[in-house]
Design a protein around this ligand. Sequence first.
Ligand SMILES: [Fe+2]
Ligand SMILES: [Fe+2]
Length: 194
Amino acid sequence: MGIELIATETERKTIAEQLPLINQIGDGRLRELVIEVWVRLWRESAYRDISKALNYLSEMDGDETLVRHTNAVVKMSVAVAREFQQAYGISLNFDHLLAGALLHDVDKLVLYGRKGSLVQLSELGHKVSHGEYGAKVAKEVGLPQEVVNIIACHSPMQKKIVPATIEAVLVAACDTANFQSYRLMHGKGLWKIP
Ligand SMILES: [Fe+2]
Ligand SMILES: [Fe+2]
């Protein structure tokens, strides 16, 4: 049975519209659980319009939205995974890859907040670490450990939790490739781990 899902039809529809690659997840239950995590954190967030959620703290700069960044990282991860699979004749789990990539930054909905024109860590953002909080919610709703690991380990700031699968390595690499390239595209230097 598992946990009771609280997402309403309208909420589910909004999330699937914003993140259309959710529909590429083959396993229906997995798809619903990915939507459920987004809805739970959306409800907990200060955002009414989820498309307005921002992806970077002001010190990182850029006006990238969480939705656009997430969609880009999902597409990059799928493309790289397809090539890797083909190059080595192996079979990767695309449902796990998609679910993990779709959720890798979902906790920014609640860990980052707007203060005037700045995007800063929220009160909660000072207490818990990015990735680990999203992973906790994913685990609570019953997502598989492989997906939880992709979320928990993806950040370059994360030192304790390491990727457990090829899918996790690829999502983390595509996320880093995305945000570093985004910075260069906007004339910023490469971000260095503090
Ligand atoms: Fe992240
Ligand atoms: Fe990211």
